[in-house]
Design a protein around this ligand. Structure first.
Ligand SMILES: [Zn+2]
Length: 246
């Protein structure tokens, strides 16, 4: 966790995971800029009378007060104060499902992606194009993990013409000649173009992406399958998104 100084001051963080514990308690994981992931024990988590209840829910951006104990992997929360609630996420079932995938990935990776997750949740809260936000986030994660798909030609032979498919297993475009062997699903040229564009995207150019046709769950599905296949991350929350789109 990399915590090695006194932390009996306020630490800002985003709640990315929550596990119920005993009857009324929970262990939450917050992602912080300074210390990465920090696990906090929240007493009375499920009691509506708890003073911390409005600052420790999933996706909350809050300040947390706790005494750091270097001998413990879980710290005891003293108090929490809500700094920003992503209220448009919390009131939209689809956005909740997207945010859950975003947070589960952040919780699974070693890298501290505090800035990236803050940007992703802010964009998710402020735009209607939920899958575009998730697609950009997934592409930036694949890039960070060094497992981006190859989209500048056929991943198998290198040819740049007659691209007709995307192979999860091979990790990129497949041309019609190679696909005689692979027999992967064929896509139309517009979809393949969009898959290439999204794989070059980042939140820096997000406003330009809004006018393109990239708010597409099929793009999400391929990117997530590549992430799962190459990183080994198991995404429990992804089933909710599949259910919403089936
Ligand atoms: Zn080929």
């Amino acid at each position: 966790m990399g915590i090695n100084k006194e932390m009996n001051d306020l630490i800002k963080g985003i709640v990315i995971n929550s596990i119920d514990y005993k009857e009324n308690d929970a262990i939450i994981t917050i992602l912080t800029s300074e210390y990465g992931k920090v696990a906090l024990y929240v007493k009375g988590y499920k009691k509506i009378t708890s003073k911390n209840v409005y600052a420790t829910q999933l996706f909350d951006y809050s300040s947390f007060l706790f005494d750091y104990n270097p001998n413990k992997s879980i710290q005891i929360l003293k108090s929490a104060n809500l700094l920003k609630q992503f209220s448009n996420i919390k009131t939209d079932y689809e956005k909740i499902a997207v945010a859950s995938v975003i947070c589960e990935i952040a919780n699974a990776v070693e890298d501290n992606i505090y800035d990236l997750i803050f940007e992703a949740l802010t964009k998710l809260n402020d735009t209607e194009q939920s899958y575009l936000v998730l697609n950009v986030y997934l592409v930036m994660m694949l890039n960070l993990l060094g497992i981006s798909p190859y989209v500048d030609g056929c991943v198998n032979c290198g040819k740049t013409n007659n691209i007709e498919s995307i192979s999860i297993k091979e990790g990129g475009f497949i041309c019609s000649y190679c696909n005689i062997e692979f027999n992967d699903e064929r896509f139309d040229i517009d979809f393949l173009k969009n898959f290439r564009i999204i794989n070059k995207a980042s939140f820096e150019v997000f406003d330009k992406l809004l006018t393109l046709n990239l708010n597409n769950f099929k793009l999400t599905d391929i990117l997530i399958q590549i992430l799962i296949n190459y990183s080994g991350i198991y995404l429990k929350s992804y089933q909710s998104l599949i259910n919403l789109n089936s």
